[in-house]
Design a protein around this ligand. Structure first.
Ligand code: AGP
Length: 609
């Protein structure tokens, strides 16, 4: 993912910005650049490729100035060429950006119609021109930035320089992390703790909707309502290393909160952001000939496969089977010739899944692995491999890897559907647009974590529970139950809501907590009828739904607990409804004092049978 660094100081900044970019290299990038304001002019140096090329240029081109921004770019909109490297500038504004602007094409077309000439293919340059247009209309720097944020839609973080305010650095957070590090006579901005920890012993994380106005000896933060706010200044432990927890108490918490960023990064590897269509790396198959798909995995990865089954069935019209690897490998079922088998695994080393892969290869199946660890056995043993780009997942309980698996599975289902004619180009664009909205939707849910913390307190004595859902929300329910049981040791079961009356309803008793997952979709009414069955037996319901779902539930909403998420569709619902369950499990485990990152009896990768 992209990395942002910025500095406003009493000293020259370019060499420190270059060093700061080196601390961002671990995030992965394909170009970089720095811009400063000096003598009433915005100066910029950029380079394609490794940072060493930028360093070489800076050795020959001085970049004076006591205020500047730097960026390492992971190409999303536009190829990894120097012309697309950040910072993007006009004669009055310089911008660096991390994230996705969903309405980029619409805004770009409006600017072109207004006579703006673009020099890059990026969404970031669009933002640069919009801020400039507001400046030209007479707005001051802060108001121009705020007005621009009202125009753009997506998940983003920006560092901004504005020529007519040469002593102020501006930082904007809208879904992607951005923080301020204060030091003597200077202030930094950075994408993460690690990038700031060499320069500052404290960190102030911005919140979504914040715009910070930063000078060399102070800074002010304004929230989405333009109210001046105080964000908590926390200490940074210098020893923070790449995979350390940073300001988070556990890796699991860090990884839950990384999801807007890593999902955006995963998306950028499978979607052409300019055209709003898929851009899947070439695979050695003619997908138009695929007649049967088998998804094989364990644990959370298996639940990802169950969720994806809806996508494969609806988008490809191909027969889909989803198998638990440890059952599949010993059942050794007959396989349809020329079938495609997909192995889903965060570690790429799960013994049962590897054994299933071996069985499928012996039956002449086409094999694709979807993994997080690139140089894993599953990668090597399958015909082709698709990485999920979740970054290192340290917590044993899978969170960001699970949602990034869903990204790749959704893209693969769309790809097969367009290849065999089951999906039109318009449908592909519609589903891709929905995928691109996911970082923002997940970020919105993360912003409501305080509500989950309150809910967890109410459930702190929970000993057993059920998670109920229909359609894709059934595997979402199973994944939510798995998260709770594996880190808090509470017995939890995910069950099809429609199956309650076939037995589990006997478990219901007064005050037994039951999680019900019900987006306002075609199965909502049916799920609500199950909710009534649950309430009629005095169990206590926690309903995960959206505004429409809450509105339609009627007066019983006063008898249940609810947690609301954004409106969703077949693409975004599994992501958005997984988030509250991850947070609920985490905060209940926190209250129970279990070892959240290394739960008892569990390993991150089960390399034995
Ligand atoms: C998920 O939270 C668990 N840690 C576990 O179910 C895990 O998903 C399963 O062991 C499969 O691991 P893999 O994805 O590395 O194959």
């Amino acid at each position: 993912m992209c990395g942002i660094i910025g500095l406003v100081s009493k000293r020259e900044v370019s060499s420190t910005l270059l060093e700061g970019l080196k601390r961002l290299e671990y995030r992965g990038y394909d170009s970089s650049g720095i811009a400063t304001i000096n003598n009433k002019k915005i100066e910029r140096v950029r380079s394609k490729g490794n940072l060493s090329f930028l360093e070489e240029k800076l050795a020959n081109i001085s970049l004076p100035g006591k205020i500047g921004i730097g960026h390492t770019r992971w190409a999303t909109h536009g190829s990894p060429e120097e012309k697309n490297a950040h910072p993007h500038i006009t004669n009055k504004v310089a911008v660096v950006h991390n994230g996705i602007i969903e309405n980029n094409n619409q805004l770009r077309n409006q600017l072109i119609e207004a006579g703006v000439k673009f020099s890059s293919d990026t969404d970031t340059e669009v933002v640069c021109h919009i801020i400039t247009s507001y400046i030209n209309s007479g707005l001051n720097a802060y108001d121009s930035i705020r007005a621009t944020m009202n125009d753009v839609k997506g998940s983003y973080a920006f560092g901004v320089l504005i020529l007519n305010e040469p002593d102020k650095l501006f930082a904007v957070r809208g879904g992607s992390p951005l923080a301020i590090g204060s030091a003597r006579n200077e202030n930094f901005i950075g994408s993460d703790t690690y990038s700031l920890s060499a320069y500052s012993d404290n960190i102030t994380y911005l919140k979504d909707g914040d715009v910070a106005v930063i000078e060399n000896d102070s800074f002010r933060v304004f929230d989405y309502s333009n109210s001046s706010v105080k964000r908590e200044k926390q200490s940074i432990i210098e020893s923070v290393s790449l995979s350390e927890k940073g300001i988070f108490k556990h890796f699991m918490s860090k990884e839950i909160h990384e999801q807007p960023e890593v999902i955006a990064k995963s998306l950028s590897n499978y979607i052409d952001m300019d055209k709003g269509v898929l851009n899947i790396p070439s695979l050695p198959y003619d997908f138009s000939t695929i007649t049967n798909v088998t998804l094989v995995a364990c644990g959370s990865s298996y639940y990802a496969g169950l969720i994806a089954r809806d996508w494969f069935e609806k988008f490809t019209n191909v027969k889909v089977d989803v198998e638990i690897a440890s059952e599949f490998r010993y059942r050794e079922p007959p396989m349809v010739s020329n079938g495609l088998t997909i192995f889903i695994s965060q570690s790429g080393e799960t013994a049962d899944t590897l054994a299933a892969l071996k069985h499928c290869k012996s039956r002449g199946q086409k094999t694709i692995s979807i993994v997080n660890v690139g140089d894993s056995s599953m990668c090597r043993d399958s015909d082709a491999s698709l990485k999920i780009y979740a970054g290192p997942e340290i917590g044993v309980a899978s969170t960001k890897a699970f949602t990034c698996q869903l990204v790749v599975l959704a893209c693969l289902a769309i790809k097969i559907g367009t290849s065999n004619g089951s999906l039109s180009k318009e449908q592909e664009k519609e589903y891709v647009k929905s995928l691109l909205s996911i970082p923002r939707l997940i970020s919105n849910t993360l912003d409501k974590e305080d509500e989950i913390i309150d809910l967890a307190h109410d459930l702190s004595n929970i000993t057993t529970t059920l998670y109920l859902g229909r359609g894709q929300m059934y595997p979402v329910a199973m994944e939510g139950a798995l998260k709770l049981k594996e880190i808090s040791y509470v017995h939890a079961e995910g069950y099809p809501a429609g199956e309650m009356k076939h037995g589990p309803i006997a478990l219901l008793e007064k005050d037994l907590p039951i999680f019900m997952i019900a987006p306002s979709n075609s199965l909502y009414e049916k799920t609500v009828s199950n909710l009534y069955e649950v309430i009629a037996r005095d169990a206590s319901v926690i309903l995960l739904t959206d505004n429409e779902g809450l509105h339609n539930i009627g007066l019983i909403k006063n008898k249940i607990k609810t947690f609301l998420v954004d409106e969703t569709d077949i693409i975004s619902a599994p992501f958005v409804y997984t988030l509250p369950n991850q947070l609920i499990a985490y905060h209940i485990a926190l209250l129970k004092g279990t070892d959240v990152d290394q739960p008892r009896n569990l390993a991150k990768s089960v390399t034995v049978e």
